[in-house]
Design a protein around this ligand. Structure first.
Ligand code: CO
Length: 215
C-alpha cells in the first residue's frame, strides 16, 4: 500500500501515461460521459470494478455499498439507478457480488450487530426466502458461497422491480440486468446467467409499473 505522499506521485505518473497514449485524453474526459454499464458492487477493497472489467474512465457508472444491496428505501442507490437509466441511458445493469463477502458472512451469524442490523436484514431476508435450499447444504463454506449468489439474484430482482428499468426496457429494449459473482480465489467474473425476461415476466403480476405487459 503506497503511503499518503506516494498516492499523488502515482497519480502524476498515471496522468502522464494517459497523456502519452492520447494527448487529448483529459480534454475528452472532461466533456461528457456515455457509459453503457451501470455496476452495482460491494465496497470490498479487493473487488476493483473497473480493473476486473478492463474498463477505462467514462465507461462504467458505479455504485458500491456493503454486500451490493439494492434497497428501495436507500435514496442513494435509487438515485444512482434513476440517473443511470433515464439520463445516461445505460444498456446493461450489473449487480456484482463476490465470494468471501464480509457483509454476507456477518448476516449469516444470528446475532445483534448494532447499527448494521437494518442493513444486514436485507441479506437475512434473502436467506429466509431461500431457507430450504440453503439449509440443505451441509458444508458451511458452500452454503456461504450460495448465499452470495442468491443475494446477487435477489438484488437483480430488486433492480427489475423499478419503474424506470421496466419502462426503459419496454420503450427501448434496454437496460437488461445481469448478475455476476467475482471469485477472489481465481480472479474470474462468473456470470450467473439470470434469465432477465423470465424474472421480469414472473414479477409483473405484482410489480408491473408499465402500461405494457411484457411478452
Ligand atoms: Co463484500
Amino acid at each position: 500500500m503506497p503511503d499518503y505522499k506516494e498516492v499523488f506521485e502515482n497519480n502524476k505518473r498515471w496522468l502522464e501515461k494517459k497523456k502519452e497514449s492520447d494527448v487529448s485524453f483529459f480534454e475528452k474526459l472532461a466533456k461528457d460521459q456515455h457509459p453503457d454499464y451501470l455496476y452495482i458492487g460491494c465496497s470490498d477493497s479487493r473487488v476493483t470494478a473497473e480493473e476486473i472489467m478492463g474498463a477505462e474512465p467514462g465507461e462504467v457508472f458505479i455504485h458500491r455499498n456493503v454486500a451490493n444491496l439494492v434497497n428501495s428505501t436507500d435514496l442513494n442507490v435509487m438515485s444512482v439507478m434513476e440517473y443511470a437509466v433515464k439520463y445516461l441511458k445505460v444498456k446493461h445493469i450489473v449487480v456484482c457480488g463476490h465470494y468471501n463477502c464480509g457483509g454476507v458472512k456477518a448476516a449469516m451469524q444470528p446475532k445483534d450487530m448494532g447499527i448494521l442490523n437494518p442493513w444486514l436484514r436485507n441479506i437475512r431476508d434473502v436467506y429466509r426466502l431461500h431457507k430450504d435450499e440453503l439449509n440443505s447444504i451441509a458444508d458451511e463454506h458452500q452454503r456461504y458461497d450460495r448465499l452470495v449468489e442468491l443475494n446477487v439474484q435477489e438484488q437483480c430482482v430488486n433492480v427489475i422491480k423499478m419503474a424506470c428499468v421496466q419502462q426503459g426496457y419496454v420503450a427501448n429494449g434496454y437496460p437488461t440486468v445481469h448478475g455476476w459473482v467475482f471469485d477472489l480465489r481465481s480472479g474470474k467474473i462468473i456470470d450467473l446467467k439470470l434469465d432477465f425476461n423470465k424474472i421480469l415476466k414472473g414479477i409483473q403480476e405484482i410489480y408491473n409499473l408499465t402500461d405494457t405487459k411484457i411478452t
